[in-house]
Design a protein around this ligand. Structure first.
Ligand code: GLN
Length: 495
Protein backbone atom coordinates (compact mmCIF):
# COMPACT_ATOMS: atom_id res chain seq x y z
CA UNK A 1 0.00 0.00 0.00
CA UNK A 2 1.42 3.36 -0.97
CA UNK A 3 -0.96 5.56 1.02
CA UNK A 4 -0.05 4.24 4.46
CA UNK A 5 1.07 7.71 5.54
CA UNK A 6 -2.45 9.11 5.10
CA UNK A 7 -4.15 6.62 7.44
CA UNK A 8 -5.78 7.64 10.69
CA UNK A 9 -5.03 5.79 13.92
CA UNK A 10 -8.39 4.04 13.66
CA UNK A 11 -7.54 2.89 10.12
CA UNK A 12 -4.11 1.72 11.26
CA UNK A 13 -5.64 -0.27 14.12
CA UNK A 14 -8.06 -1.94 11.70
CA UNK A 15 -5.38 -2.51 9.05
CA UNK A 16 -3.01 -4.14 11.57
CA UNK A 17 -5.79 -6.33 12.97
CA UNK A 18 -6.83 -7.44 9.46
CA UNK A 19 -3.19 -8.05 8.50
CA UNK A 20 -3.52 -5.62 5.56
CA UNK A 21 0.00 -4.51 6.53
CA UNK A 22 2.38 -5.11 9.42
CA UNK A 23 3.70 -2.57 11.88
CA UNK A 24 7.15 -3.05 10.33
CA UNK A 25 5.86 -2.32 6.82
CA UNK A 26 4.09 0.79 8.07
CA UNK A 27 7.14 1.92 10.04
CA UNK A 28 9.44 1.41 7.04
CA UNK A 29 7.06 3.34 4.82
CA UNK A 30 6.98 6.29 7.24
CA UNK A 31 10.77 6.21 7.73
CA UNK A 32 11.30 6.39 3.99
CA UNK A 33 8.88 9.35 3.71
CA UNK A 34 10.83 11.09 6.49
CA UNK A 35 14.03 10.35 4.61
CA UNK A 36 12.69 11.83 1.37
CA UNK A 37 10.80 14.86 2.65
CA UNK A 38 12.09 15.91 6.06
CA UNK A 39 15.15 17.57 4.53
CA UNK A 40 12.73 20.31 3.48
CA UNK A 41 10.59 20.35 6.61
CA UNK A 42 13.13 19.69 9.38
CA UNK A 43 10.52 18.37 11.79
CA UNK A 44 12.79 15.73 13.37
CA UNK A 45 15.87 16.46 15.46
CA UNK A 46 16.57 12.73 15.89
CA UNK A 47 15.13 9.84 13.88
CA UNK A 48 15.48 6.57 15.81
CA UNK A 49 15.08 4.31 12.77
CA UNK A 50 16.73 1.17 14.16
CA UNK A 51 14.92 1.39 17.47
CA UNK A 52 11.62 1.98 15.67
CA UNK A 53 12.11 -1.07 13.45
CA UNK A 54 12.95 -3.16 16.50
CA UNK A 55 9.80 -1.98 18.33
CA UNK A 56 7.67 -2.57 15.22
CA UNK A 57 9.05 -6.07 14.73
CA UNK A 58 8.37 -6.86 18.40
CA UNK A 59 4.82 -5.49 18.06
CA UNK A 60 4.21 -7.74 15.05
CA UNK A 61 5.53 -10.78 16.91
CA UNK A 62 3.40 -10.05 19.96
CA UNK A 63 0.32 -9.52 17.80
CA UNK A 64 0.91 -12.88 16.13
CA UNK A 65 0.93 -14.41 19.61
CA UNK A 66 -2.46 -12.90 20.43
CA UNK A 67 -1.52 -9.61 22.14
CA UNK A 68 -4.55 -7.40 21.59
CA UNK A 69 -3.50 -4.04 23.04
CA UNK A 70 -5.30 -1.56 20.72
CA UNK A 71 -2.29 0.67 20.07
CA UNK A 72 0.21 -2.15 19.57
CA UNK A 73 2.43 -1.31 16.60
CA UNK A 74 0.94 2.14 15.92
CA UNK A 75 3.69 4.68 15.09
CA UNK A 76 4.11 8.06 16.79
CA UNK A 77 6.89 10.52 17.71
CA UNK A 78 7.76 12.68 20.72
CA UNK A 79 8.44 16.37 21.05
CA UNK A 80 12.10 16.65 22.06
CA UNK A 81 11.07 18.06 25.43
CA UNK A 82 10.34 14.54 26.76
CA UNK A 83 13.20 12.58 28.30
CA UNK A 84 13.82 9.34 26.43
CA UNK A 85 16.20 6.84 27.97
CA UNK A 86 19.29 6.30 25.84
CA UNK A 87 18.12 8.76 23.18
CA UNK A 88 19.30 12.34 22.67
CA UNK A 89 16.93 14.83 24.35
CA UNK A 90 17.80 18.42 23.39
CA UNK A 91 14.71 20.52 24.14
CA UNK A 92 15.67 22.42 20.97
CA UNK A 93 18.72 23.90 22.71
CA UNK A 94 22.47 23.94 22.25
CA UNK A 95 22.54 23.70 26.04
CA UNK A 96 21.43 20.04 25.77
CA UNK A 97 23.16 19.21 22.46
CA UNK A 98 24.78 16.13 24.07
CA UNK A 99 22.20 15.17 26.67
CA UNK A 100 21.21 11.51 26.47
CA UNK A 101 18.58 11.01 29.12
CA UNK A 102 19.21 8.27 31.70
CA UNK A 103 15.45 7.79 32.22
CA UNK A 104 12.10 7.96 30.44
CA UNK A 105 9.42 10.57 31.07
CA UNK A 106 6.32 8.90 32.52
CA UNK A 107 4.37 9.53 29.32
CA UNK A 108 7.16 8.03 27.21
CA UNK A 109 7.06 4.96 29.44
CA UNK A 110 3.26 4.69 29.25
CA UNK A 111 3.14 5.10 25.48
CA UNK A 112 5.81 2.42 25.17
CA UNK A 113 3.80 0.15 27.48
CA UNK A 114 0.79 0.61 25.21
CA UNK A 115 2.95 -0.93 22.47
CA UNK A 116 3.34 2.13 20.27
CA UNK A 117 6.38 2.57 18.03
CA UNK A 118 8.34 5.82 18.44
CA UNK A 119 10.06 7.11 15.30
CA UNK A 120 12.11 9.76 17.07
CA UNK A 121 12.27 13.21 18.59
CA UNK A 122 10.66 16.30 17.11
CA UNK A 123 11.96 19.82 16.65
CA UNK A 124 10.73 22.66 18.85
CA UNK A 125 11.47 26.21 19.92
CA UNK A 126 14.31 26.24 22.42
CA UNK A 127 13.00 25.22 25.86
CA UNK A 128 9.46 25.60 24.44
CA UNK A 129 9.75 29.38 24.32
CA UNK A 130 8.31 30.66 21.07
CA UNK A 131 5.40 30.60 18.68
CA UNK A 132 7.04 29.79 15.34
CA UNK A 133 9.82 27.21 15.79
CA UNK A 134 12.34 29.68 14.45
CA UNK A 135 13.94 29.66 17.91
CA UNK A 136 15.32 26.13 17.66
CA UNK A 137 19.07 25.59 17.76
CA UNK A 138 18.45 22.80 15.23
CA UNK A 139 17.00 25.11 12.58
CA UNK A 140 13.56 26.36 11.71
CA UNK A 141 10.73 23.97 10.84
CA UNK A 142 8.91 24.55 7.55
CA UNK A 143 5.13 24.40 7.36
CA UNK A 144 4.06 21.46 5.10
CA UNK A 145 1.29 23.65 3.61
CA UNK A 146 3.77 26.26 2.44
CA UNK A 147 7.47 25.58 2.95
CA UNK A 148 8.14 29.32 3.12
CA UNK A 149 6.06 29.66 6.25
CA UNK A 150 6.40 28.81 9.95
CA UNK A 151 4.53 25.83 11.43
CA UNK A 152 3.80 27.67 14.69
CA UNK A 153 5.39 26.79 17.98
CA UNK A 154 6.73 25.80 20.25
CA UNK A 155 5.67 22.26 19.23
CA UNK A 156 6.18 23.11 15.55
CA UNK A 157 8.04 19.87 14.75
CA UNK A 158 5.19 17.79 16.18
CA UNK A 159 2.52 19.66 14.22
CA UNK A 160 4.54 19.65 10.97
CA UNK A 161 5.35 15.92 11.27
CA UNK A 162 1.66 15.04 11.59
CA UNK A 163 0.61 17.47 8.83
CA UNK A 164 3.35 16.02 6.57
CA UNK A 165 2.14 12.46 7.18
CA UNK A 166 5.39 11.34 8.84
CA UNK A 167 3.47 10.07 11.87
CA UNK A 168 -0.27 9.77 12.49
CA UNK A 169 0.05 11.26 15.99
CA UNK A 170 2.66 13.04 18.09
CA UNK A 171 3.13 14.35 21.61
CA UNK A 172 3.54 18.03 22.42
CA UNK A 173 3.57 20.37 25.38
CA UNK A 174 1.55 23.49 25.95
CA UNK A 175 2.51 26.24 28.41
CA UNK A 176 0.72 29.07 26.64
CA UNK A 177 -0.57 27.60 23.39
CA UNK A 178 2.27 25.44 22.08
CA UNK A 179 -0.05 22.62 21.04
CA UNK A 180 -3.10 24.58 19.90
CA UNK A 181 -1.38 27.31 17.88
CA UNK A 182 0.83 25.00 15.76
CA UNK A 183 -2.17 22.67 15.29
CA UNK A 184 -4.03 25.69 13.91
CA UNK A 185 -1.13 26.77 11.63
CA UNK A 186 -0.68 23.21 10.28
CA UNK A 187 -4.35 22.32 9.75
CA UNK A 188 -4.53 19.51 12.30
CA UNK A 189 -6.15 18.85 15.70
CA UNK A 190 -4.34 19.29 19.01
CA UNK A 191 -5.45 19.02 22.64
CA UNK A 192 -3.98 20.47 25.81
CA UNK A 193 -5.52 18.64 28.77
CA UNK A 194 -6.42 19.98 32.21
CA UNK A 195 -3.38 20.87 34.34
CA UNK A 196 -2.73 17.74 36.41
CA UNK A 197 -4.29 15.26 33.97
CA UNK A 198 -1.00 14.16 32.40
CA UNK A 199 2.24 13.60 34.28
CA UNK A 200 4.99 16.19 33.81
CA UNK A 201 7.67 13.86 35.17
CA UNK A 202 10.48 13.82 32.63
CA UNK A 203 9.04 16.69 30.62
CA UNK A 204 11.71 19.38 30.67
CA UNK A 205 10.29 22.30 32.66
CA UNK A 206 9.62 25.74 31.19
CA UNK A 207 6.98 27.29 33.51
CA UNK A 208 5.89 24.57 35.89
CA UNK A 209 2.54 26.02 36.98
CA UNK A 210 1.46 26.23 33.32
CA UNK A 211 3.19 23.34 31.49
CA UNK A 212 1.04 20.41 30.38
CA UNK A 213 1.62 17.60 27.88
CA UNK A 214 -0.88 16.77 25.16
CA UNK A 215 -1.35 15.37 21.69
CA UNK A 216 -1.57 16.12 17.98
CA UNK A 217 -3.48 14.13 15.36
CA UNK A 218 -5.44 14.64 12.17
CA UNK A 219 -8.72 14.37 14.10
CA UNK A 220 -10.13 14.55 17.61
CA UNK A 221 -10.39 10.75 17.59
CA UNK A 222 -6.69 10.35 16.76
CA UNK A 223 -5.76 12.82 19.52
CA UNK A 224 -7.90 10.77 21.93
CA UNK A 225 -6.11 7.56 21.03
CA UNK A 226 -2.72 8.97 22.02
CA UNK A 227 -4.04 10.90 25.03
CA UNK A 228 -5.49 7.73 26.58
CA UNK A 229 -2.22 6.07 27.65
CA UNK A 230 -0.75 9.46 28.66
CA UNK A 231 -3.52 10.35 31.12
CA UNK A 232 -3.60 9.40 34.75
CA UNK A 233 -2.14 9.99 38.18
CA UNK A 234 1.62 9.75 38.61
CA UNK A 235 3.14 9.79 42.11
CA UNK A 236 6.37 11.12 40.56
CA UNK A 237 4.69 14.44 39.66
CA UNK A 238 3.47 16.41 42.69
CA UNK A 239 0.99 18.33 40.52
CA UNK A 240 -0.54 15.24 38.97
CA UNK A 241 -4.08 14.83 40.29
CA UNK A 242 -5.68 11.64 41.58
CA UNK A 243 -8.87 11.54 39.57
CA UNK A 244 -10.53 8.96 37.37
CA UNK A 245 -9.24 8.84 33.83
CA UNK A 246 -12.15 8.84 31.42
CA UNK A 247 -12.27 6.45 28.50
CA UNK A 248 -12.03 9.03 25.72
CA UNK A 249 -12.59 6.52 22.92
CA UNK A 250 -15.81 5.17 24.45
CA UNK A 251 -16.98 8.75 24.97
CA UNK A 252 -16.39 9.48 21.29
CA UNK A 253 -18.10 6.27 20.22
CA UNK A 254 -21.11 7.26 22.34
CA UNK A 255 -21.17 10.57 20.54
CA UNK A 256 -20.97 8.67 17.27
CA UNK A 257 -24.32 7.10 18.10
CA UNK A 258 -25.89 10.54 18.18
CA UNK A 259 -24.79 11.33 14.66
CA UNK A 260 -27.98 10.04 13.10
CA UNK A 261 -29.94 12.66 15.03
CA UNK A 262 -30.68 15.86 13.19
CA UNK A 263 -29.24 17.99 16.02
CA UNK A 264 -26.50 15.86 17.61
CA UNK A 265 -25.26 18.80 19.70
CA UNK A 266 -28.67 19.78 21.08
CA UNK A 267 -28.33 20.96 24.67
CA UNK A 268 -24.71 22.13 24.30
CA UNK A 269 -24.14 25.81 25.11
CA UNK A 270 -21.13 27.35 23.38
CA UNK A 271 -19.93 30.62 24.89
CA UNK A 272 -18.53 33.30 22.62
CA UNK A 273 -16.71 36.29 24.11
CA UNK A 274 -16.44 39.61 22.29
CA UNK A 275 -12.95 40.03 23.70
CA UNK A 276 -11.76 37.12 21.52
CA UNK A 277 -12.76 38.94 18.35
CA UNK A 278 -10.99 42.24 18.96
CA UNK A 279 -8.43 44.27 17.06
CA UNK A 280 -5.60 42.20 15.64
CA UNK A 281 -7.86 39.37 14.44
CA UNK A 282 -7.33 38.84 10.72
CA UNK A 283 -10.64 39.38 8.91
CA UNK A 284 -10.31 36.20 6.80
CA UNK A 285 -9.57 34.16 9.94
CA UNK A 286 -12.63 35.71 11.58
CA UNK A 287 -14.80 34.68 8.60
CA UNK A 288 -13.76 31.02 8.94
CA UNK A 289 -14.38 31.12 12.70
CA UNK A 290 -17.87 32.65 12.26
CA UNK A 291 -18.72 30.02 9.64
CA UNK A 292 -17.61 27.27 12.02
CA UNK A 293 -19.76 28.72 14.81
CA UNK A 294 -22.74 28.74 12.42
CA UNK A 295 -22.04 25.08 11.68
CA UNK A 296 -22.02 24.31 15.40
CA UNK A 297 -25.41 26.05 15.66
CA UNK A 298 -26.72 24.01 12.75
CA UNK A 299 -25.62 20.88 14.63
CA UNK A 300 -27.80 21.93 17.55
CA UNK A 301 -25.48 23.93 19.83
CA UNK A 302 -26.76 27.15 21.32
CA UNK A 303 -24.40 30.13 21.05
CA UNK A 304 -24.43 32.33 24.17
CA UNK A 305 -22.54 35.54 24.93
CA UNK A 306 -20.02 35.39 27.76
CA UNK A 307 -17.45 37.77 29.25
CA UNK A 308 -13.86 36.82 29.88
CA UNK A 309 -10.84 38.79 31.08
CA UNK A 310 -9.46 41.30 28.60
CA UNK A 311 -6.88 39.23 26.67
CA UNK A 312 -4.38 42.11 26.90
CA UNK A 313 -4.39 41.69 30.69
CA UNK A 314 -4.02 37.92 30.33
CA UNK A 315 -1.06 38.41 28.01
CA UNK A 316 0.73 40.73 30.43
CA UNK A 317 0.13 38.31 33.30
CA UNK A 318 1.51 35.36 31.36
CA UNK A 319 4.59 37.21 30.17
CA UNK A 320 5.45 38.01 33.78
CA UNK A 321 4.73 34.65 35.35
CA UNK A 322 6.10 32.36 32.62
CA UNK A 323 9.53 34.05 32.39
CA UNK A 324 9.69 34.24 36.22
CA UNK A 325 9.19 30.48 36.49
CA UNK A 326 11.53 29.89 33.55
CA UNK A 327 14.31 31.91 35.16
CA UNK A 328 14.10 29.67 38.18
CA UNK A 329 13.75 26.38 36.24
CA UNK A 330 16.60 27.15 33.88
CA UNK A 331 19.05 27.93 36.66
CA UNK A 332 19.91 24.20 36.67
CA UNK A 333 21.81 24.58 33.39
CA UNK A 334 25.13 25.79 34.74
CA UNK A 335 27.66 23.83 32.69
CA UNK A 336 28.56 21.66 35.68
CA UNK A 337 26.47 18.51 35.79
CA UNK A 338 25.26 17.97 32.24
CA UNK A 339 24.78 19.65 28.90
CA UNK A 340 26.92 22.32 27.28
CA UNK A 341 30.11 23.50 29.00
CA UNK A 342 32.24 26.36 27.68
CA UNK A 343 35.89 25.75 26.68
CA UNK A 344 38.71 26.54 29.15
CA UNK A 345 36.85 28.38 31.91
CA UNK A 346 39.07 30.71 33.97
CA UNK A 347 37.21 30.05 37.19
CA UNK A 348 33.81 28.90 38.42
CA UNK A 349 32.13 32.23 37.70
CA UNK A 350 33.49 32.22 34.16
CA UNK A 351 32.28 28.62 33.73
CA UNK A 352 28.72 29.54 34.75
CA UNK A 353 28.57 32.77 32.77
CA UNK A 354 30.08 31.57 29.53
CA UNK A 355 28.32 28.19 29.54
CA UNK A 356 24.98 29.95 29.92
CA UNK A 357 25.75 32.77 27.47
CA UNK A 358 27.03 30.38 24.82
CA UNK A 359 24.51 27.58 25.50
CA UNK A 360 21.23 29.55 25.52
CA UNK A 361 19.79 31.32 22.48
CA UNK A 362 18.67 34.97 22.47
CA UNK A 363 14.98 34.37 23.25
CA UNK A 364 15.75 32.12 26.21
CA UNK A 365 18.22 34.67 27.57
CA UNK A 366 15.60 37.41 27.14
CA UNK A 367 13.08 35.39 29.18
CA UNK A 368 15.61 34.60 31.92
CA UNK A 369 16.46 38.28 32.22
CA UNK A 370 12.79 39.38 32.27
CA UNK A 371 11.95 36.67 34.80
CA UNK A 372 14.87 37.38 37.08
CA UNK A 373 13.95 41.06 37.06
CA UNK A 374 10.32 40.29 38.00
CA UNK A 375 11.51 38.12 40.88
CA UNK A 376 14.19 40.45 42.18
CA UNK A 377 13.79 41.78 45.72
CA UNK A 378 12.82 45.33 44.82
CA UNK A 379 10.26 44.38 42.18
CA UNK A 380 8.79 41.09 43.41
CA UNK A 381 5.61 42.61 44.87
CA UNK A 382 5.08 45.11 42.09
CA UNK A 383 5.35 42.49 39.35
CA UNK A 384 5.26 38.86 40.43
CA UNK A 385 2.81 39.11 43.34
CA UNK A 386 0.55 41.42 41.37
CA UNK A 387 0.54 39.04 38.40
CA UNK A 388 -0.41 36.17 40.73
CA UNK A 389 -3.37 38.21 41.99
CA UNK A 390 -4.48 38.95 38.45
CA UNK A 391 -4.16 35.25 37.68
CA UNK A 392 -6.73 34.54 40.39
CA UNK A 393 -9.12 37.04 38.75
CA UNK A 394 -8.63 35.35 35.37
CA UNK A 395 -9.53 31.99 36.94
CA UNK A 396 -12.66 33.55 38.51
CA UNK A 397 -13.71 35.14 35.20
CA UNK A 398 -13.56 31.75 33.47
CA UNK A 399 -15.61 30.24 36.31
CA UNK A 400 -18.27 32.92 35.87
CA UNK A 401 -18.33 32.42 32.09
CA UNK A 402 -18.79 28.68 32.56
CA UNK A 403 -21.94 29.30 34.61
CA UNK A 404 -23.55 30.33 31.34
CA UNK A 405 -22.03 27.80 28.94
CA UNK A 406 -20.40 24.36 28.64
CA UNK A 407 -17.62 25.22 26.20
CA UNK A 408 -16.07 28.53 25.13
CA UNK A 409 -15.12 28.89 21.46
CA UNK A 410 -12.64 31.36 19.98
CA UNK A 411 -10.08 31.66 17.20
CA UNK A 412 -6.94 29.72 18.19
CA UNK A 413 -4.66 32.41 16.78
CA UNK A 414 -5.33 35.86 15.33
CA UNK A 415 -3.57 35.05 12.04
CA UNK A 416 -2.59 32.17 9.77
CA UNK A 417 1.02 30.97 9.57
CA UNK A 418 3.37 33.83 8.72
CA UNK A 419 6.46 33.78 6.51
CA UNK A 420 9.71 32.29 7.77
CA UNK A 421 12.32 34.93 8.46
CA UNK A 422 9.75 37.70 8.67
CA UNK A 423 11.67 38.69 11.81
CA UNK A 424 8.74 39.96 13.81
CA UNK A 425 9.88 41.70 16.96
CA UNK A 426 9.46 39.66 20.17
CA UNK A 427 6.45 41.64 21.40
CA UNK A 428 4.50 41.09 18.15
CA UNK A 429 5.18 37.38 18.41
CA UNK A 430 3.95 37.35 22.03
CA UNK A 431 0.70 38.88 20.77
CA UNK A 432 0.01 35.72 18.74
CA UNK A 433 -0.61 33.90 22.04
CA UNK A 434 -3.42 36.24 22.96
CA UNK A 435 -6.25 33.67 22.72
CA UNK A 436 -4.44 30.63 24.10
CA UNK A 437 -2.61 31.66 27.27
CA UNK A 438 -5.67 32.34 29.48
CA UNK A 439 -6.40 28.61 29.35
CA UNK A 440 -3.00 27.77 30.88
CA UNK A 441 -3.30 30.44 33.57
CA UNK A 442 -6.62 28.84 34.59
CA UNK A 443 -5.40 25.24 34.13
CA UNK A 444 -8.28 24.44 31.75
CA UNK A 445 -8.36 21.90 28.91
CA UNK A 446 -8.66 23.19 25.33
CA UNK A 447 -8.31 21.90 21.81
CA UNK A 448 -7.87 23.40 18.38
CA UNK A 449 -9.37 21.87 15.26
CA UNK A 450 -9.23 22.99 11.63
CA UNK A 451 -12.25 24.87 10.31
CA UNK A 452 -11.15 25.96 6.86
CA UNK A 453 -8.61 28.21 5.23
CA UNK A 454 -7.82 31.89 4.98
CA UNK A 455 -5.70 32.91 2.00
CA UNK A 456 -4.94 29.24 1.31
CA UNK A 457 -3.65 28.49 4.81
CA UNK A 458 -5.32 26.53 7.62
CA UNK A 459 -7.37 28.18 10.38
CA UNK A 460 -8.09 26.58 13.74
CA UNK A 461 -11.00 27.04 16.13
CA UNK A 462 -10.27 26.78 19.84
CA UNK A 463 -12.71 24.98 22.15
CA UNK A 464 -12.10 25.59 25.86
CA UNK A 465 -13.65 23.23 28.43
CA UNK A 466 -14.26 23.20 32.16
CA UNK A 467 -11.67 21.44 34.30
CA UNK A 468 -11.50 17.70 33.46
CA UNK A 469 -13.83 18.09 30.44
CA UNK A 470 -11.46 16.57 27.87
CA UNK A 471 -14.08 14.00 26.80
CA UNK A 472 -16.61 16.77 26.25
CA UNK A 473 -14.16 18.67 24.02
CA UNK A 474 -13.14 15.58 22.05
CA UNK A 475 -16.75 14.49 21.55
CA UNK A 476 -17.83 17.94 20.41
CA UNK A 477 -14.96 18.27 17.94
CA UNK A 478 -15.63 14.73 16.73
CA UNK A 479 -19.26 15.55 15.94
CA UNK A 480 -18.12 18.64 14.02
CA UNK A 481 -15.53 16.55 12.14
CA UNK A 482 -18.05 13.84 11.34
CA UNK A 483 -20.13 16.51 9.62
CA UNK A 484 -17.37 18.43 7.82
CA UNK A 485 -14.24 17.63 5.84
CA UNK A 486 -11.72 20.28 6.86
CA UNK A 487 -9.73 17.84 8.99
CA UNK A 488 -9.30 15.61 5.95
CA UNK A 489 -7.66 18.29 3.81
CA UNK A 490 -4.00 17.53 3.26
CA UNK A 491 -0.96 19.53 2.22
CA UNK A 492 0.08 18.75 -1.38
CA UNK A 493 3.19 16.87 -0.36
CA UNK A 494 1.12 14.29 1.52
CA UNK A 495 -1.22 13.48 -1.38
N1 GLN B 1 4.33 31.05 22.74
C1 GLN B 1 4.29 30.93 24.16
C2 GLN B 1 5.63 31.27 24.77
O1 GLN B 1 6.55 31.51 24.03
C3 GLN B 1 3.81 29.57 24.59
C4 GLN B 1 4.86 28.53 24.51
C5 GLN B 1 4.40 27.20 25.02
O2 GLN B 1 3.20 26.94 25.14
N2 GLN B 1 5.36 26.37 25.35
O3 GLN B 1 5.78 31.31 25.95
Amino acid sequence: MSNLHTLSVQEIITGLANKDFSSLELTDHLLSRIDSFDKEINSFITVTADLARKQAKLADDLRAKGDSRPLLGVPMAHKDIFCTQGVLTTCGSKMLYNFVSPYNATIVENIQKAGMVSLGKLNMDEFAMGSDNEKSYYGAVHNPWDLGRVPGGSSGGSAAAVAAGFVPVATGSDTGGSIRQPASFCGITGIKPTYGRVSRYGMIAYASSLDQAGTFGKSALDCAYLLQPMSGYDPKDATSIKTDTPDYITAIHDAQNKLSQEKPLAGLRIGVAKAYFGAGLDSEVEKSIRTALAKYEELGAEIVKVDITDPAVTLATYYLLAPAEASSNLSRYDGVRFGYRCENPKDLHDLYTRSRSEGFGAEVQRRIIMGTYALSAGYFDAYYTKAQKVRRLIVDDFKKAFEKCDIIASPTAPTVAYKLGESLDPASIYLLDVYTIGVNLAGLPALSHPVGQANGLPVGLQLIGKHWAESELLKTAHIYQANTEFHQEMADLVK
